[in-house]
Design a protein around this ligand. Structure first.
Ligand code: PFF
Length: 453
């Protein structure tokens, strides 16, 4: 099943590590460095970390493996994958939802990545000054549509350039250099951060759980964060999995990627909290942590300009390797299903996604009067994705494998080992019962909170 002549020319990773780095590149992104530390900061530091680790193990890893296997088995884009495994049934709509989600995420992800590019530039050419008001400065950046459009455009051009070059010469080559670079630079920022006098309080905050800040919302935040950070629920891992040829150990590949993603989120905590605490700032202040607090922190520390430049460069690199995976989902669909050549697919989808990001930019300036469910435009895109599209996509993909394809058939088809073995049975149980129940719970409570809370 799922092998037509089309697949003869389908590209595939040239090495096992190519897939692992590309999937880790997709997973490691703004979610790890921008979002994880502030969500952890609001939810009690180490307490959140522990809950997050449990959700990654029970929900994130099994779903990651699921999406990877769906791609590997079918060798197709998200729409084609579900159609190949369930011909004639409407399951292909789950793939279509994934492609749409990739489109929506990239349109605003690129805007936020543009902020990171702007701050990288600023660190390099202007540095940070203790006298500046970084809250006002961030406010003025996001209300300058010209600058933001330029940054958004640059980011989209970079994504289109990498994707146009193909799976091996574009994606694989890019992550082969950028992922190790990202790790080395991250370690450099951490060394600087933990050697500031007074850094210990930040380390303690991140390692000593404060359970008083844990609420029901903490669990919801942890589950939503697991989806976003592992690129789940929208076909990115499925698409990357579809370029896998080798038959050996999918379970191990998935484990490596999940471990790298979690490791980088933890490292981001060590890069940020020690410096924030040492210089007397608040860790629980939300999304502004990266773009408002950190510039003020860099302005006050020795070698702060270099540290700031490296930090924002890391953020930009992480965003780029995620952005390309989002674009690849749309491009793989346009190539497989619409018959476009790679370059045209990349250019046209990149262009439409660029246009779709413009309202998110204008939402802070010319269109600031527009409120959707009480949110500005960018936040409403983000809310729609995290509260509806990703959980729904992950839920349907889990139900599909759990009840239609079945864990034991997946194990045979993808040579995971004995389908009756304990771990396949546990995986099957998780995707049939525990994960759907957990997702339905977070979706219902998240929606109830939004509309009636
Ligand atoms: N995992 C990315 C991050 O943590 O920033 C975001 C993301 C990338 C989500 C790719 C979904 C995706 F397909």
């Amino acid at each position: 099943m799922g092998n037509n002549s089309n697949n003869n020319q389908r590209e595939g990773w040239s090495t096992r590590i190519g897939f692992v780095l590309a999937a880790a590149g997709s997973a490691v992104g703004l979610g790890n460095i921008w979002r994880f530390p502030y969500v952890a900061g609001v939810n009690g530091g180490a307490a959140f970390l522990l809950i997050y680790l449990v959700t990654i193990g029970l929900i994130g890893y099994p779903l990651f493996l699921n999406e990877m296997l769906l791609g590997r088995k079918t060798q197709k884009n998200p729409v084609g994958a579900f159609r190949a495994l369930a011909p004639g049934a409407p399951w292909w709509l789950v793939g279509a939802l994934g492609v749409l989600t990739g489109f929506v995420i990239l349109s605003y992800y690129s805007v936020v990545a543009g902020w990171a590019l702007h701050y990288t530039w600023r660190a390099l050419f202007e540095g940070f000054s203790p006298a500046a008001d970084y809250s006002a400065e961030f406010g003025s950046l996001i209300s300058s549509p010209g600058t933001l459009l330029l940054c958004h455009l640059v980011f989209m051009i970079l994504c289109v350039a990498v994707i146009s070059a193909g799976v091996v010469k574009g994606i694989e080559k890019c992550v082969f250099y950028l992922m190790p670079l990202l790790l080395v630079l991250m370690v450099a920022v951490i060394v600087r951060a933990v050697t500031i006098p007074g850094a210990g309080r930040g380390i303690a905050f991140f390692l000593r759980p404060d359970w008083s800040r844990v609420t029901a919302g903490t669990f919801l935040d942890a589950i939503a964060q697991s989806f976003f950070t592992l690129s789940l629920g929208m076909g990115a891992i499925l698409t990357y999995g579809s370029y896998l040829r080798r038959r050996e150990s999918a379970a191990r590949d998935a484990l490596e990627v999940v471990a790298m993603d979690t490791g980088i989120a933890i490292l981001a905590g060590f890069a940020i909290f020690p410096a924030v605490f040492a210089l007397g700032f608040e860790a629980a202040q939300g999304p502004g942590l990266t773009f408002v607090t950190l510039p003020a922190v860099f302005a006050r520390m020795a070698m702060g300009r270099a540290a700031g430049f490296v930090f924002f460069l890391v953020l930009s690199i992480a965003a780029l390797t995620s952005g390309i995976s989002l674009l690849e989902v749309v491009v793989a669909w346009a190539m497989d299903e619409k018959g476009l050549k790679r370059f045209r697919a990349a250019l046209s989808s990149g262009f439409v996604i660029f246009l779709a990001g413009i309202p998110a930019i204008l939402g802070y300036s010319g269109w600031s009067g527009v409120r959707i469910l009480g949110m500005d435009i960018l936040d409403s895109y983000d809310w729609l994705v995290n509260s509806v599209f990703l959980p729904l996509g992950g839920l349907l993909a889990a139900l599909f494998t759990g009840y239609v394809w079945t864990a034991s058939k997946a194990a045979v088809d993808c040579e995971l080992g004995d389908p009756a073995s304990a771990w396949i049975r546990i995986w099957g149980f998780l995707i049939r019962y525990l994960i759907p129940a957990a997702i339905i719970l977070i979706m219902v409570s998240g929606l109830a909170n939004k509309f009636f809370g």
